[in-house]
Ligand binder design. Structure first.
Ligand SMILES: [Zn+2]
Length: 135
């Protein structure tokens, strides 16, 4: 893993808690921060109410992006869970990754180890990055 992403520990805990609370459905949301550290989680609802895919309602997406902008933060990540499969990007996740500057986090609500993994997805290719938890 060449890259690395820094995330506040509280954000990692909140992602995992949401993934567990919403299983067996996929959960999703946005991540924001500053100076390369993800410090804020903006949970969203999964419009598809699906166990195998997610879609953030456009109005929620717009509101979350506006909230990030108004707080002078940067949109640094997107997360969702894989309750039914390993937490690596699906074919659809790669096809629909529209934010090349974001890190994509995938949460397994069941896994004992590596329950959260992070990937850069660019030009149809996913590359895992290391997660560094910070206070
Ligand atoms: Zn997925």
């Amino acid at each position: 893993m060449a890259g690395r992403v820094r995330v506040r520990a509280a954000v990692l805990d909140a992602m995992l808690a949401q993934a567990r609370a919403e299983r067996p459905r996929e959960c999703c949301g946005l991540l924001a921060g500053a100076q390369g550290v993800i410090s804020e989680i903006l949970p969203a609802s999964n419009q598809l109410k699906s166990e195998t895919e997610y879609f953030i309602p456009p109005q929620e997406l717009i509101a979350a992006l506006r909230s990030i902008r108004e707080r002078r933060l940067a949109h640094l990540g997107i997360y969702h869970s894989h309750p039914r499969s390993e937490n690596i990007p699906s074919h659809r996740d790669i096809q629909e990754a529209n934010y090349p500057s974001c890190v994509y986090f995938i949460i397994s609500p069941h896994a004992a180890a590596r329950a959260i993994r992070a990937f850069e997805i660019r030009n149809g290719e996913a590359r895992e990055v290391e997660i560094e938890a910070v206070k």
